[in-house]
Structures are given as structure tokens and as C-alpha cells.
Write a protein that binds this ligand. Structure first.
Ligand SMILES: *[C@@H]1O[C@H](CO)[C@@H](O)[C@H](O)[C@H]1NC(C)=O
Ligand SMILES: *[C@@H]1O[C@H](CO)[C@@H](O)[C@H](O)[C@H]1NC(C)=O
Length: 983
């Protein structure tokens, strides 16, 4: 039904008049109010009802959410609606709020252009529209905002050139912070000679398409602390003359542009000299510019506060000057992918705070200084792809924190020092493609810490395959190919149970291939080609459910090979050069005797069962979930012990009639979700508490199981800030509903994949905090709740976010009890589980692989799902989506990119969820955190359940990450206190 416009207008006037009387509003504030209401007209979506109290009867405009007034309460001075998920356009009517000091609409979904009218807000000190979907060019009128201190338009879709008035009209202005980063702005930086931005402290223009030179007039901004021009197309000589005038500079990012060094790209000295006076200088990034010249000794005169130095991917030649060792606070040094030659100066190792050193892909020669052993916190050393000779120093044994050691593609000789076995935190050891001889020392083969890979391939190693390799029960890949290893393959290798990739090809191994190799539960690729192995190929390999690639070529294998089981994927290429083999592989000569096809049938069946289960598991799972909900919260079902009885009274009784009233008769307009279980409605109780009512669909046959009484009891007893709490249940013969508190920010899923196709709203700090909350909640279920509970269905849609973005785990519909005390033992008191129940635990993409193999549910299964969740959060890809597009599970796909092809994934994650995190200066922190999340995700999704960490350790680890990521942020908030005080 429609009212004529005029009556709506009259009605509106009447209401405003009425309110004016009620709230004693002045004429001025009435005008501001009208402007705000007009602004609200432009907002088409407000999913969290952030503007609910706007224009409520009796609420003074100065008390509306996001509004602040002056003392007299007759003018609006602040409008802050940041991070409210608002969608729509920004109405020019805001320009009528002529006393506005602060306008912050950042982190929303505002589209369209920035209205030029905002340029008339003469009092505006802070304007933040960052992280929206704003497009078009920047209105030149914004240059008229003479009182502006803080301007942030970063992370939008702005195009066109930066209007000159934005820089130039501020010549007498107080602008201190200017952020236009992460847009598609083109043209030059419009700061003509003679203009000055005297007060500018922060200039962030990274990730645009800016061209031309850094304008000379920027040298008038002598208070500049951060200059970030990374990832543009800026050219010309490095802006040394400009930088020289900036003694306060802390962060300088010029990476990924087209700068050249002085004197025709041959001299870096003037640039480094220009930085010498910046006494608080902390990070320099110059990577990816093709800069020429050698590293001048003056580099050692930079501030000792320097923490990170990134000069990678340039054309820097000559040797590394020993003077660099004066930078004794340096923690990261990246000189990789240059043209450096000469030796590595041992003095380098005087920088004892170094944690990561990248010198790979240069032409460094000479020996590896043994002084590397003196860097106590060294965690990563990458000297790969150089011309280093000599042997691996014994002193590496001092590096107790070393996690990654890359020495591949050098000219190293000598033997592998047994003392490397003392690097008890080593996760990756890559010595491949050198000229290392001798045997594989048992100490190194026994490095239990190796979690990721051991690569000793393409060397001159000889001797036996050490038995100690069997201690590497966490390692995912072992490559010993192209050496001279001899003797037999020890059957003990079958103890490397996490192994997914094993390459022993091109050696002199003899004897049979042990049956135990085929029984490695997660082995996917096996290459034993070009050895002298003999006898039959073990049948265990054929029965493996995980093997995908096999190579037996050029050995002396004999006997009958069928094309069944894992071998059905193979062609003759995997069997070449074995004269004694016959069988049904295409291209292979037939054996005389026909083999029994029936014997293989179980293998084929078991191969087939997994996909069938995947296809049909989903809908079935939902039905069983529904049944259990019903059982858990039916009131007749509880109260079977005294304590329970007492607790019961704490639950408010809410009648069916009250629920009808609260939800407007379960009206369509209050419907907020539905699924296989039924529908969810939003409701408001008489005491104004907002609830979610989950009404179960009774059309499904509800066979209530008594075995869920215990489950019910536990769920009602669990009290944890990260687990959703049930307010009450309403049970009638034909109506069953759960009443839960409504989580104002919806589910994690809705934030990861906003349905309106809008961009991601959660930043990295929030995501880490959510991961931490979920880990805490699940750790409570696993380790601290009265009876151990396995959740069984961790996934983004089962994680809800409250108004503070605290995450709460919900939907215990298919949770299982595990007997206390007994860690591994699944519940057996649930006699009524159908056999299918044991299998159908969880959702496709998140189910631990052992469930598909018929294993009973366990806390390790939850850990697996949690790992998938971490990887999903980082990659922003649904596991099912990866399954469809990549043909592999999410964790396999990530693992296949690990560790050398992770960069795009990390970058995308940063683009998605760190872009609006001030400051990009901490980019390295975000990058580290993303990497750690990926690694934790991979560790949690190991195939072998017993290798996965427990939830308590995970919660601890993520808690640590959370502290780490939030401390630089808080540091920043202290640093940039540019907020304009409201009068
Ligand atoms: C650098 O090192 C010195 C001495 O070791 C120390 O006093 C100073 O605080 C360090 N600076 C930073 C930024 O860590
Ligand atoms: C390093 O390369 C430069 C040319 O770029 C050459 O003049 C010099 O002799 C080389 N030094 C060594 C030690 O190879």
C-alpha cells in the first residue's frame, strides 16, 4: 500500500514537530537532524541495525548511535559509523552538517562517488572513508577542507588522477595524515614546485598506478615519518634529495616501482647517504626496482634502530660490505635475487639479533662463515642458489632456534656434519644440488623435529639408507634421489607415518621394495626408479587408498602386475625398463596365467565408497543433526539428576505464546535463516532482549533417542565465553524450538562470503581474534568441560559473532560425548547410533579423513576441521569450492603450494583482510601472522590424527599470535593520535 507523498511528508513533519517538543530541540539541531535523516535515505542496507535508534521517538539526535554533539547540544560535531557494514551511497546532505569535525564512514560498503559537497565542511578535521567501495575520481573540492588533519580514502576503487587541490590547497593547512593507498589512482603525484605540506607526517600512496617522479616539493614536508609509495609505477632516480630533508623518517617503502639509482643506475651511495641523518629510521624496502650499483660502505652508518632491510630483486652487484654489520639491531636482512659476488663477510654475523637472513640467488662464493653459529636467534637461513663452496660449518649446531636451512644449488663439498642433529627445531633441511659426499649421518637422519621436508637429492652421498630415518614420524617429504645410496631399503621406513612424498630414485638401491612402504597411510607419491630393486612389487602398494603417482621404472622388478586399485591410474611409463614384469597395465606384456579379478573387488569398492559418501553424506547429516537437537533440549528429557534439576530452574520459562508475540507470529519478516533443521526467527521479548528462535522442522521423522540425555546435560552445563549458551527450549507436542541469544554480527560465514558480493569486512586482527576464540571454546569442550565433548561440525556457519565480534561456537547438534579420562576412546554408550552415524560426522570439506575410513569420532577430528577452518580463513576459499576447481581438498591444495609458492596466497590474504589495517608499516607482522596461520592449519590437517596438536596447545599458540598482532597495533594507536577533539 502506498501513501501519497504529501501525506508522508506531513506525517514526517508532525513527528519531527512532536519530537522537537518532547526533546526540546533547537532550530539548529533540527536542521542537522534533517540532514542526517536525508543521509540515512541513501543507506539501503543496515544488516546490524546500526541506525535503529535514529529518529526513534523521544531519542534526542545527540544520543543517536554514531553521533556526538557539542556541549550546548545544538550542533552535530561527529559522525562515526565506521565498521557497521552499511551499504548505499553517501548523500551530499552531509554537507549541511556545517559544524562537523569528524566524519568517519570507513569499513562499510558505501558505493558511488565521494560527494564534492563535503568540501564545504569547513570545520572538518578528520575525514575517513577508507575500506569502502567508492569509485570515480576524488572530488577536487576536498582540497577546500582547510582544517583537515587526517584524510583517509585508502582501500576503495577510486580512479583518475589525484586532484591537485588535495595537495596544494593545503599549503597553509594542518594536514598530517594522507592515505590514498590501495586504489587505482593514476597520473603523477600532484605537488608542484613551491608548494609545501609542512605538517605532513604520514603519506601513504601504495598500490596505485602512479607514474612520474617523486615531486621535489615533498622535501618541504620535513616532519614526514612514514613514506609508502610501494607498488606503483614511479620512476626516476631514487628521491635522495627529498629524503635527506626528512630527519624524522621511520619507514620508507619504495619497493616495486621503476626507480633507478644515481649516475645512470650505477650508484647507490647518495641514496644511503641521504638516510644517515634519520636517527629513528626502522625499515627500508627497496625491493623489485632493478636498482644498479654496489652496496656502499655508508650503509653501515644508517640508524642502529634499523630492524628490517629489504633490497631483494634488484641488480645490486659487487660484494657485501662488512660495514653492514654496524646495523646491530637488524632482525631481517634480504639481499636475495641480486648480482652480489665475493664472499659472505664473517662480520655479518655480528648482527646478533638477526632472525631471518636471505642471500639466495646471487653469485656469492667462498665458504659459509662458521660465525653464523653465533647468531643466537637465527630461525631462517637461505643461502641457496649461489656459488658457495667448502663444507657446511660444524657451528650450525649452536643454532638451537633454526627452523629452516636452505643451502641448495651451491657447490658445497665435504660431508654433512653430524652436529646438525643438534638443531632440534629444524623443520626444513634442503641441501640438494651440491657436491656433498659421505654418508647420511644417523644424527641427521634421526632429526625428529623435521616436520616438513628433508631434501638431500643430487649430491654424492653414499652408504646405507640410515635406519634412523624411521624416527622422522612427522616429516611430509623425503627426497634422497640422485645420490649413490646402496644396499636395501629398510622396512623401518614404514614408521615415517606422516610421509606423503618419498623419492629414492637414481641411486644404487637393491633388494625388494618393502611391503611396509605400501602401508604408509598417507603416501601419495613414490619414486624408486633407476635403482636395482628386484622381486615383486608389493601388493600393499596396490591397496593404498592415497597413492597417486608411482614410478618403478628401470629396476629389476618381476612378476605379475594388475591394473587394479591404486595402479588403475598408472600407465606403462611407471614400469618401463623392468624386463621381468607382466600384467594388465596397458602396454605391458600379458602374463600367461589369468589372475583373479574378484580378489581386487574389495579394493575397488573401498575406492568407490568415499565419493559416494561424499555425495550423499550432506543431506543425511542434516537430518540426523535435527533429530539430536530435538532430543537434547526437549524438556521432558532432562532433569535426570539432582544437579540438573536445580540448574533447570535458572532457565526462564518462555511460553509458545510469548514466542509468537516476540516473532510477530513467526512472520516472514522476522525470518533470518533456515536450513535442513528448520527455520530461525528473530524475536524481541517483552524485556527487550533480542533472541533467535530456532524452530525445528517436525516433518522429519523425529525418533528421539534417550542416549542424548547426557549430551543435553553437558550442553546445559557448559559455561564458556566462546560457546553459545541456550536461553531455554520450548517443547510442545507439535512444536519444538530452541531459544538462543541473537548474535548481532551473524555467522563467520556471512562475513567470509558476504552474500551481496561485497568485499570482506573482517580485518586480520579480528580474524586472528576469532580463531583464538574458537580455539578457546573448543579447547574447553575437549579438555575442561565436565565430560569431554567432540563438536564434530566446526565450520564458519557454526561460528557466531556477537556485537564485540567475539566468536561463539554453536550448533552442538551432532556433538558427541567422549568418556572422560580416556583420551582416545569414543563414546560407546550411544548404542543407538546407526552405523551411518559413525561415518556422517561433520560437513564435506571439513571432515577428518579418518572418519571416511570408518574411524570413530575423536577430538583429533575436531582439530582437523579447525585446521581446515584456519586455511579457509587465510585463503578465503570454501573447501568445497577448492574441491570443484582444484580437484583436491583445501589442505592438500595449500600444501601443494608450500613453502615456495605461498606468496600469492599470503598476498591475497593481506589484500583481503589487512588492507585497511593501519599501518601497512607492520606489513611484515601481518605477513608473519598469515604464514603462521597457514602452517598451523597444515599441522592440524595432517593425515595422521596422532600427529595433530591438541586443542589446548593450539589455543595457546593462537593466543600468542593474537598478542603478537595486537601489540604493534596498539603501539600505532598511541603513535598516531591525530583525532580531532570535539569542542
Ligand atoms: C638497538 O640496540 C640498542 C643496544 O643494543 C638498544 O639500546 C636499542 O633500544 C635498540 N633499538 C631498538 C629499536 O631495538
Ligand atoms: C664481482 O663482480 C665485479 C663486476 O661486477 C668484478 O669486477 C669483480 O671482480 C667480482 N668479484 C669477485 C670476487 O668475483
Amino acid at each position: 500500500m502506498r501513501f501519497p507523498r504529501s501525506s508522508v511528508f506531513k506525517l514526517l513533519c508532525l513527528i519531527i514537530l512532536l519530537e522537537a517538543v518532547l526533546c526540546q530541540e533547537t532550530a539548529q539541531i533540527m536542521k542537522d537532524k534533517a540532514s542526517l535523516l536525508s543521509f540515512r535515505e541513501g543507506i539501503v542496507s543496515d544488516p546490524h541495525r546500526a541506525l535503529e535508534d535514529w529518529n526513534s521517538l523521544g531519542v534526542h539526535v545527540c544520543n543517536w548511535s554514531g553521533i556526538k554533539c557539542n556541549k550546548a547540544r545544538d550542533r552535530v560535531v561527529e559522525l562515526d559509523l565506521s565498521g557497521k557494514a552499511l551499504g548505499g551511497t553517501i548523500s551530499p546532505s552531509l554537507a549541511n552538517l556545517s559544524s562537523l569535525h569528524i566524519l568517519d564512514l570507513s569499513r562499510n560498503f558505501f558505493k558511488g562517488r565521494i560527494p564534492g559537497e563535503l568540501g564545504t565542511l569547513s570545520q572538518l578535521g578528520e575525514l575517513s572513508l577508507s575500506s569502502n567501495l567508492l569509485e570515480g575520481s576524488i572530488a577536487a573540492e576536498l582540497g577546500f577542507l582547510r582544517k583537515l588533519v587526517y584524510l583517509n580514502l585508502g582501500s576503495n576503487q577510486l580512479t583518475g588522477e589525484i586532484p591537485m587541490p588535495l595537495f596544494c590547497n593545503h599549503s597553509s593547512s594542518s594536514l598530517q595524515y594522507l592515505d590514498l593507498s590501495n586504489n587505482s589512482l593514476s597520473g603523477e603525484i600532484p605537488l608542484p614546485d613551491g608548494w609545501e605540506l609542512k605538517h605532513l607526517r604520514f603519506l601513504l600512496l601504495w598500490s596505485n598506478r602512479l607514474v612520474g617522479q617523486v615531486p621535489a616539493a615533498l622535501s618541504n614536508s620535513s616532519k614526514l615519518e612514514w613514506l609508502d609509495l610501494e607498488s606503483n609505477m614511479l620512476s626516476g632516480e631514487l628521491p635522495s634529495e627529498i629524503i635527506r630533508k626528512m630527519p624524522q623518517l621511520q619507514y620508507l617503502y619504495l619497493s616495486y616501482n621503476r626507480f633507478v639509482s644515481h649516475d645512470g643506475n650505477t650508484n647507490l651511495e647518495p641514496f644511503f647517504a641521504s638516510l644517515v641523518n634519520a636517527s629513528n629510521f626502522q625499515e627500508l624496502e627497496l625491493a623489485g626496482n632493478n636498482l644498479g650499483g654496489d652496496l656502499p660502505p655508508i650503509i653501515g652508518n644508517l640508524s642502529t634502530n634499523l630492524v628490517q632491510l629489504h633490497l631483494d630483486t634488484n641488480r645490486i652487484y659487487g660484494s657485501i660490505p662488512p660495514h653492514i654489520s654496524n646495523l646491530f639491531n637488524l632482525t631481517l636482512l634480504n639481499l636475495s635475487s641480486n648480482l652480489l659476488n665475493g664472499t659472505i663477510p664473517p662480520k655479518l654475523c655480528r648482527m646478533t639479533k638477526l632472525e631471518r637472513v636471505f642471500l639466495s640467488n646471487n653469485s656469492l662464493s667462498g665458504e659459509i662463515p662458521s660465525a653464523f653459529g653465533d647468531i643466537p636467534h637465527l630461525g631462517l637461513l637461505d643461502l641457496s642458489k649461489n656459488k658457495l663452496s667448502g663444507s657446511i660449518p660444524d657451528s650450525f649446531s649452536n643454532l638451537s632456534q633454526l627452523r629452516r636451512l636452505f643451502l641448495y644449488e651451491n657447490l658445497l663439498t665435504g660431508t654433512i656434519p653430524p652436529s646438525l642433529g643438534k638443531c632440534i627445531n629444524l623443520e626444513i633441511l634442503d641441501l640438494s644440488h651440491n657436491q656433498i659426499s659421505g654418508v647420511v649421518p644417523s644424527e641427521v637422519a634421526g632429526l625428529r623435529s623435521l616436520k616438513l621436508y628433508l631434501n638431500l637429492s643430487s649430491n654424492h652421498l653414499h652408504g646405507l639408507l640410515p635406519m634412523e630415518l624411521s624416527k622422522m614420524d612427522m616429516v611430509l617429504a623425503i627426497d634422497l634421489s640422485s645420490n649413490n645410496l646402496s644396499s636395501t631399503i629398510p622396512s623401518q621406513l614404514g614408521s615415517c607415518i606422516a610421509l606423503e612424498y618419498l623419492n629414492l630414485s637414481v641411486n644404487s638401491l637393491e633388494g625388494p621394495l618393502p611391503d611396509s612402504i605400501g602401508k604408509l597411510p598417507y603416501l601419495q607419491k613414490l619414486d624408486v626408479s633407476s635403482n636395482q630393486l628386484n622381486a615383486q612389487i608389493p601388493v600393499s602398494l596396490q591397496e593404498s587408498l592415497t597413492l597417486k603417482k608411482l614410478n618403478f621404472s628401470f629396476n629389476n622388478f618381476s612378476g605379475n602386475v594388475s591394473n587394479n586399485g591404486a595402479f588403475s591410474l598408472l600407465t606403462i611409463d611407471s614400469f618401463l625398463g623392468n624386463a621381468g614384469l607382466c600384467g594388465s597395465i596397458k602396454g605391458m606384456s600379458n602374463c600367461r596365467k589369468k589372475h583373479n579379478h574378484l580378489a581386487i573387488l574389495p579394493i575397488i569398492l573401498s575406492l568407490l565408497i568415499t565419493p559416494i559418501f561424499c555425495v550423499f553424506g550432506y543431506p543425511l547429516m542434516h537430518r540426523s543433526k535435527f533429530q539430536k537437537h530435538l532430543a537434547v533440549f526437549d524438556q521432558e528429557d532432562s532433569g535426570d539428576d539432582e544437579e540438573e534439576g536445580k540448574k533447570e530452574h535458572k532457565y526462564p520459562r518462555i511460553s509458545y505464546e510469548q514466542l509468537i508475540e516476540a516473532t510477530g507470529g513467526f512472520s516472514a519478516s522476522s525470518l533470518i535463516g533456515s536450513g535442513g533443521f528448520g527455520h530461525v526467527y528473530r524475536g524481541v521479548l517483552q524485556d527487550n532482549s533480542v533472541i533467535a528462535v530456532k524452530v525445528l522442522d517436525l516433518k522429519t521423522d523425529g525418533d528421539i533417542l534417550g542416549t542424548f540425555k547426557r549430551e543435553c546435560r553437558v550442553l546445559k552445563r557448559t559455561r564458556h565465553r566462546n560457546l553459545i549458551r541456550i536461553i531455554t527450549a520450548c517443547s510442545r507436542p507439535n512444536f519444538k524450538a530452541l531459544v538462543l541469544p541473537l548474535m548481532s554480527n551473524g555467522s563467520l560465514e556471512s562475513h567470509l562470503y558476504p552474500s551481496h558480493g561485497l568485499k570482506d569486512q573482517l580485518n586480520l586482527i579480528q580474524l586472528v581474534s576469532i580463531c583464538s576464540d574458537v580455539a578457546e571454546g573448543v579447547a574447553y569442550l575437549h579438555h575442561h568441560s565436565p565430560v569431554r565433548v567432540v563438536h564434530c561440525d566446526l565450520k564458519p556457519s557454526n561460528i557466531l559473532l556477537d556485537e564485540d565480534m567475539t566468536a561463539l561456537v554453536t550448533d552442538f547438534g551432532i556433538a558427541r560425548l567422549v568418556k572422560g579420562g580416556d583420551e582416545k576412546g569414543p563414546t560407546n554408550d550411544s548404542a543407538s547410533f546407526s552405523s551411518a552415524d559413525g561415518l556422517l560426522c561433520g560437513s564435506i570439506g571439513y571432515i577428518a579423513p579418518e572418519y571416511a575410513m570408518g574411524k570413530t569420532i575423536s577430538t583429533e577430528g575436531d582439530v582437523f576441521s579447525y585446521g581446515v577452518l584456519l586455511l579457509e580463513i587465510v585463503t578465503g576459499r570454501r573447501p568445497t569450492d577448492v574441491l570443484v576447481h582444484e580437484g583436491s581438498t583445501l589442505h592438500e591444495w595449500v600444501k601443494s603450494q608450500y613453502p615456495r609458492r605461498l606468496d600469492p596466497i599470503v598476498q591475497q590474504a593481506l589484500d583481503r583482510c589487512a588492507a585497511d589495517l593501519m599501518p601497512k608499516q607492520y606489513n611484515k607482522v601481518w605477513r608473519d601472522v598469515v604464514l603462521e596461520l597457514i602452517e598451523l592449519g597444515l599441522i592440524c590437517t595432517q593425515y595422521n590424527p596422532s600427529m595433530r596438536p591438541n586443542m589446548q596447545d593450539i589455543a595457546h599458540e593462537i593466543g600468542r599470535l593474537k598478542d603478537y598482532i595486537s601489540s604493534p597495533a596498539s603501539f600505532l594507536i598511541d603513535e598516531i593520535d591525530l583525532k580531532v577533539e570535539a569542542p
